[in-house]
Every structure is written in structure tokens, then in C-alpha cells.
Design a protein around this ligand. Structure first.
Ligand code: DX5
Ligand code: ZN
Length: 241
């Protein structure tokens, strides 16, 4: 099983969201994005309840698992993640993120995800403050900061979420936790520097990778290239400036 904990905190990881892929060409496009250097594959599952859209679920992930050896980063924008987590683990998710806005108990859900042999992440909508996740950080391998309202790909990046990234970075460094910070929504060339400079090290990108005019490899490289800014953010948060 692939494990997000093996990656250092000062490394940029790219997690292309397949929501921006051509679903008729899903196998080929996921192969291409992994060959382009993406370490993770971001799988956006939506139930039409927690978010106002429906995407795909277990059968799509199970089919991809038979084809791809990438680390599967499942983003469950669904209610009742505690109930559904086993099905996603069985389908092949390596990492499972659920939302604090869902109705299940966060501690029980994190424990269940770990029992299933996956790493656990929590996410929060733009209106939810970073502090809502602070009680769970010790147990999480990753937090996911939404930089759009979850539900749709191709939306504009919300710059007012950047202080939330910095708040997580400060808290994680202060408590010396090994918890990655992932950002999701409208990420691309224009804002990758800003999010990395504030401490995000796992970058979700749908449109800017799958639909990059110069090809997916270029879309992935642009994101990896922000690693220098991440380094300054980490030393800044440790008070080394
Ligand atoms: C939004 C999803 C995102 C989205 C990212 O609800 O969680 O992962 O698909 O797509 P872009 O990069 O196009 O905003
Ligand atoms: Zn997502």
C-alpha cells in the first residue's frame, strides 16, 4: 500500500484531480498524468448532499486501481463518511479525506480510516475556520484547505483562504506534527507561489494540469517548481527568519 507519510514535509506533491479529465479517456489520461510526475491522484467523490453536485464513486476508483499504481487521494465530499469509508478503502483508496461539515463523529471516522489501513485527512469549506480542525491534527496525516466552494472543478481560486493555510502551517510546526497541508480549488501557475509560500505542500489541480495548453507534464512541473517557496515558508514558521 502506498503511504503519504513516506514523503517529507518539505517536498511538493502534486495531486491532479481527475474531475478535469475526459472520462471517456480516463485510463489513458491518468497514465499520462502519473508519467508526467504527479505523485498522487485526487479522486473527488460528491454525493449531492454535502455539496451541490454528484460526481463518481466506488466502481470508478476500483477500475482505476486495477490500472494505476499512483497514491490514491480520495476526497469524500459526502455525508456519512464513517459508513462509506470501508467501500472506498476496498476500492483502492490509500488516503481518505472527509469533511468536518459531514454528520459523523470526526474521531470515530479517523479511527475507522486508520483501521482500514489508510491514512486520514480532514477538509473544511471556505466558511469554516482552521481552528475547527485543530483538535484532530495529532491524528491526521493531512489537512485539506478548500480554496473554492467544494462541488465543481474549474472555479476561481479564493485568495481569502490563504491565511487559513498559514494558520495550519503555524499550528503544525508549533506542535511538531507530521501532517501535510493540501490545497484544492483553482490552483495553477498564478497562485502556486502564494500557497507554497504560506506552507501548502500538497497541491491539487484539475484544470491547470489536465487542460494545460502545453500538456500535462508542463502543468505538473509548474507546481513542483514552487518548492523553493515552500522551504522559506517552513523555515519562517519555525522562526528561522
Ligand atoms: C472541488 C474539488 C476540486 C476540483 C479541483 O470540489 O474538490 O478537487 O475538482 O479542480 P480545479 O483545479 O479545476 O479547481
Ligand atoms: Zn478535491
Amino acid at each position: 500500500m502506498l503511504d503519504i507519510r513516506k514523503f517529507a514535509r518539505n517536498r511538493i506533491l502534486v495531486s491532479p484531480s481527475i474531475l478535469a479529465a475526459d472520462f471517456c479517456e480516463l485510463g489513458r489520461e491518468t497514465d499520462e498524468v502519473v508519467a508526467s510526475g504527479a505523485e498522487l491522484l485526487h479522486l473527488d467523490v460528491m454525493d449531492g448532499r454535502l455539496v451541490p453536485n454528484i460526481s463518481f464513486g466506488v466502481p470508478v476508483i476500483a477500475s482505476l486501481r486495477r490500472r494505476s499504481c499512483a497514491l490514491f487521494d480520495a476526497h469524500l465530499m459526502i455525508d456519512r463518511p464513517l459508513f462509506y469509508a470501508p467501500a472506498f478503502a476496498k476500492a483502492g483508496a490509500d488516503h481518505i479525506t472527509f469533511h468536518v461539515e459531514s454528520s459523523d463523529d470526526p474521531d470515530a471516522t479517523i479511527d475507522r480510516i486508520h483501521e482500514l489501513g489508510c491514512t486520514a485527512g480532514m477538509s473544511l469549506k471556505p466558511a469554516t475556520p482552521a481552528e475547527a480542525l485543530f483538535p484532530y491534527l495529532d491524528k491526521l496525516e493531512m489537512v485539506l484547505v478548500m480554496t473554492v466552494e467544494p462541488g465543481f472543478g474549474g472555479q476561481s481560486f479564493m485568495a481569502d483562504q490563504v491565511p487559513k493555510i498559514a494558520a495550519f502551517r503555524r499550528e503544525i510546526v508549533r506542535r511538531n506534527l507530521h501532517c501535510h497541508i493540501e490545497v484544492d480549488g483553482g490552483i495553477g501557475e498564478k497562485n502556486v507561489g502564494l500557497v507554497a509560500a504560506n506552507g501548502a505542500n500538497v497541491l491539487v489541480a484539475g484544470t491547470s494540469v489536465f487542460r494545460h495548453p502545453e500538456g500535462m507534464a508542463r502543468g505538473v512541473k509548474v507546481l513542483h517548481d514552487a518548492v523553493g517557496l515552500l522551504d522559506s515558508a517552513l523555515s519562517g514558521a519555525r522562526g528561522e527568519e
